[in-house]
Design a protein around this ligand. Structure first.
Ligand code: SF4
Length: 437
């Protein structure tokens, strides 16, 4: 059986993936190897393509985009287009989360359509298949579930969000708490809780965690410990049920790593801005530094229609305090299945958030791109501005659509009263002569 990246790193091997990541992120190969061995960096790649994506300590904060059909809207070509649009807009990873249509076919088409590492949530297909086969999702049996996980791994899935941390003790915490403003907002989590209640049994993904790990290890798929009881309302942030699941997931992250599997831990959800730092400290301490995959978070519940902005505010804060992978949110969040335009908006908002977070996460690193942009702005260097902007094509389009009527180096915002032009004329030497970079 092939060894995983963790096992190879522990044996002292600098794998081709470690070499590539060290080069991409300007780190030494030995540092990356050490962090992969410690479980503080995970390596993902789409089996059909050479590029590797690293998530974890000391790396650029990455952005995930999620796409997938619903039970109401099934258009495979549309999902393929969304996947490609997410990649073109700069997503680092993709999650294929379809629940409607031929789920094997959709997964395989999306895997072929992009070079990004693709993740998924096996419980979606597992409960869908039980519903189709028996007319009741609660008739899902363990053999079906584990067979399905292996089938998805064999197709080339790079990381799987698996809800191992929901157990009978977690559910007891939820029940004893006796309230929740947002209820359960995870599809996989809610379905697993229903299954456990129906059968009066432990979650097989928790009970047979070693079996889950063994399957993922066989394909070196990263196990992302799903956040089934995440807060779906800021009023539920840090409630006992959510923290209990996080604690178990952090414990499992360590166990999985000791078994040689690459591990991620997932986080909420809806979290007030002032609680994000504490959430990340808890996860990092309890998991011994496992990479943290934050779903947003959304720091308010009232942003419907603009939740890509709400989430970007939370994501910048979470990246700043140490989140390693940010799941984007689209303007359609809580309202409808996102379309391609929503996907693009969501990816761009999350990329900006990750960049802003990284500026403060790594204060000692040169802020070259921001400084180059500042100078280009000061100097009215429009091509320079389009080159350094994160979304240069959008910036160029807006500038050119509303350009001055006469030939001018300023823009139509201030026109003849352009502050940059005026100050350049007055302070040519003093402002430009003392540049730090
Ligand atoms: S016109 Fe105003 S907004 Fe436009 S470049 Fe000059 S100062 Fe900036």
């Amino acid at each position: 059986m092939n060894s995983t990246q963790v096992e190879r790193a522990l044996a002292g091997e600098i794998t081709p993936q470690i070499k590539q990541l060290a080069c991409n992120e300007n780190l030494t190969q030995e540092l990356v190897r050490e962090r992969v061995a410690q479980g503080r960096i995970v390596l993902l790649h789409n089996a059909a393509h050479a590029d590797v994506v690293g998530i974890g300590k000391g790396l650029r904060t990455k952005v995930n985009a999620s796409i997938g059909t619903s039970t109401d809207i099934v258009d495979v070509q549309d999902e393929v287009s969304k996947a490609q649009a997410a990649q073109a807009a700069g997503a680092d990873t993709l999650m294929e989360l379809s629940v409607g249509g031929d789920l094997d076919q959709i997964r395989r088409e999306v895997l072929q359509a992009v070079t990004l590492p693709v993740g998924n949530v096996p419980l979606y297909q597992a409960f869908s298949e039980a519903e189709r086969k028996y007319g009741d999702p609660n008739r899902l049996d363990e053999a079906m579930l584990f067979d399905l996980i292996e089938r998805q791994c064999a197709d080339g899935i790079s990381f799987m969000a698996i809800h191992c941390g929901i157990n009978l003790y977690t559910i007891e915490r939820l029940e004893r708490q006796g309230y929740r403003y947002g209820g359960l907002v995870s599809k996989g989590g809610a379905s697993m809780v229903a299954w456990m209640r129906t059968h009066g049994r432990e979650n097989p993904l928790y009970e047979k965690f070693d079996q889950v790990v063994a399957i993922l290890k066989k394909y070196d798929v990263v196990l992302s410990l799903g956040n089934g009881l995440r807060a779906g309302a800021i009023g539920d942030s840090f409630d006992r049920a959510m923290i209990q699941e996080l604690l178990i997931n952090c414990e499992l992250a360590e166990e999985g790593r000791k078994m040689g599997c690459q591990m991620l831990v997932e986080g909420p959800g809806h979290v007030p801005l002032d609680e994000i730092e504490a959430n990340i400290i808890l996860q990092k301490r309890m998991s011994n530094g496992a990479p943290y995959y934050m779903l947003g978070p959304l720091p308010t519940d009232v942003g419907a229609g603009y939740d890509h902005i709400t989430a970007a505010i939370g994501a910048a804060q979470s990246a700043r305090y140490g989140a390693d992978l940010i799941c984007y949110i689209t303007p359609a969040e809580h309202l409808a299945l996102p379309n391609t335009a929503d996907v693009v908006e969501g990816v761009k908002a999350a990329r900006l958030a990750a960049h802003i977070g990284d500026l403060s996460k790594y204060p000692d690193r040169p802020r070259s791109r921001d400084l180059a942009m500042s100078k280009a702005r000061r100097d009215l260097d429009w091509p320079g501005q389009f080159q350094h902007a994160l979304f240069g094509d959008d910036a160029r389009r807006i500038h050119e659509e509303r350009s001055p009527q006469c030939d001018s180096d300023v823009c139509t915002m201030c026109g003849e009263f352009c502050a940059n032009r005026a100050s350049n004329a007055i302070f040519e030497r003093t402002l430009k002569g003392s540049a730090k970079a």
